[in-house]
Structures are given as structure tokens and as C-alpha cells.
Design a protein around this ligand. Structure first.
Ligand code: MF3
Ligand code: CO
Length: 249
């Protein structure tokens, strides 16, 4: 069953999203060569708590941190560590969930570290970002989940990149992961119709090389099988009778 949020629940998701929107300002000034992924994690948690939110990832299925920080060929779910420092030229994805008054928003941004990114990293960033924009654009009452999936896939594949299939976007709000599942590629079969009041985390994970991924032995980190770069962008969106309402910007 896909939850239709009441207007007071939407207000809570929006509050959680507003905290994430402010966090991007903090993080974009902190992402630099030499900072460790654990330092980013504690900066983020401090900000979230100062703003009256809770870090929603810690403890989720035993996840041991507040952020997921995934560098270069790491796709998602990298665990912050004191001995993992950003280097110039890295492409780093930062994923965060915030809970406010029992409701969650979930979002991710990718950043390029330092002043001289590779042309491939620049293009991958732009395409992944665009795939999120065009996916969200489809999050409208009366559309289907597959409209989001197709828009993401088309954007990535037209640019010569591939979309990860093992992980999907999802409903978010009363819990971190709830229905519907939102694949980033077209999957034939039944697809739910979107309705006003649904809250969705749209999250393309785009690889420069092949779509295949593997899971590392830490139980969390997902990496590209061929070692190619990967970028991840995510926003939480409320479906309305008009335009998509993005709460994490
Ligand atoms: N945005 C991520 C996702 O939807 C959340 C990370 S899961 C956690 O998969 F376990 F790290 F919390
Ligand atoms: Co998510």
C-alpha cells in the first residue's frame, strides 16, 4: 500500500527536508582535499541536531553512521571512516536522511573535490543531475512510477552511461523505505499510478561504465564491478495536483 500523507504529515516531511537543504550549504563548503569522511559525518550530524532533527540512517538495519559517503567507483552506502580522506579529483556522493517529528526526508548530492575534475567526472555529474531533474519532472498525479524510471534511464543511456539496477528509489516519509519501489530503468509489468500526497525519494545512481555492481564485505558499500566512476543524486518529492514539490532543496 502506498501511503497518502495528510497535510500535517507533509509539513513534517518538509521540515525534515528543510534541514537537509541547509546541510548542503554546510557540506559544499566542507568538501575539500584532506577532510575525512568521518569528519563530514560529524559535521552533518551536528547541523541536523542543531536544527532539531534526528539522523535517520544511524541504526537503520544496523547502519553504523549518519551519512553514506561514496567515493569514485563506490556507488552508494560507503561508511564514513577517520582514515578515508578526500583527494583532489575525487567524485564524492553524500547521502543523508533526517527525521523530524517522526517523519523522514532522504536526499543525496555528488560533489567534485578540488579544482581540476576530469572531463569524464564533469560529464557524469551533469548527466546524473539531469536524470534526477527529468525523473522528478514526471512525479505528477496521474503519471505512473514507470514515467519516472523511463526519464532517468533515457537521460543516462542517451549520454552513454548506465543505470544501476540492484538499487531503487522508494517511498519515504513515515519510514525510510516504503512503497512504491522506484527503479531507475523501465521494468515491464504493473506500475502504480501516482496520487497527490505521496512522498517519493527519486535517486538515480549512474555509472560511467557498466551497470553491474557488487557489495563489499563490510556489508554496506556498493561499488561498480568494472571500477568505473558512479554518481548519485536524490531528492524527496511530494506529488501534488500541480508541479512536483521538492522538499530537500
Ligand atoms: N538513501 C539511501 C537509500 O535509500 C539510504 C541509505 S540506507 C542506510 O538506500 F541504511 F544507510 F540508512
Ligand atoms: Co533513498
Amino acid at each position: 500500500m502506498i501511503i497518502i500523507n495528510s497535510s500535517s504529515d507533509i509539513a513534517r516531511i518538509r521540515e525534515a527536508g528543510r534541514i537537509i537543504a541547509g546541510l548542503w550549504e554546510v557540506l559544499k563548503n566542507s568538501v575539500a582535499p584532506g577532510i575525512s569522511t568521518l569528519e563530514l559525518d560529524s559535521l552533518a550530524c551536528d547541523h541536523i541536531q542543531q536544527q532539531g532533527g534526528e539522523c535517520a540512517f544511524r541504526g537503520y538495519r544496523g547502519y553504523p553512521a549518519n551519512l553514506c559517503v561514496s567515493i569514485n567507483h563506490e556507488v552508494v552506502h560507503g561508511i564514513p571512516r577517520a582514515d578515508r580522506k578526500l583527494k583532489s579529483g575525487d567524485l564524492v556522493g553524500i547521502d543523508v536522511g533526517v527525521r523530524k517529528a517522526g517523519f523522514i526526508a532522504d536526499a543525496a548530492r555528488s560533489y567534485l573535490v578540488g579544482a581540476s575534475p576530469s572531463p569524464e567526472a564533469l560529464k557524469l555529474m551533469a548527466v546524473a543531475r539531469q536524470s534526477l531533474e527529468l525523473g522528478i519532472e514526471q512525479a505528477r498525479a496521474g503519471h505512473k512510477v514507470t514515467d519516472i524510471s523511463k526519464a532517468v534511464q533515457r537521460t543516462a543511456e542517451n549520454a552513454g552511461f548506465s543505470v544501476v539496477r540492484e538499487l531503487c528509489g522508494h517511498g519515504v516519509g513515515a519510514s525510510l523505505h516504503q512503497e512504491p519501489e522506484i527503479p531507475n530503468y523501465f521494468r515491464p509489468g504493473h506500475s502504480p499510478v501516482l496520487k497527490a500526497g505521496m512522498s517519493l525519494a527519486v535517486e538515480p545512481m549512474i555509472n560511467a561504465g557498466g551497470a553491474e555492481v557488487k557489495f563489499l564485505s563490510d556489508g554496506w558499500t556498493v561499488v561498480t564491478r568494472d571500477g568505473s566512476l558512479s554518481a548519485h543524486f536524490e531528492d524527496t518529492v511530494i506529488v501534488t495536483d500541480g508541479d512536483p514539490d521538492i522538499v530537500t532543496r
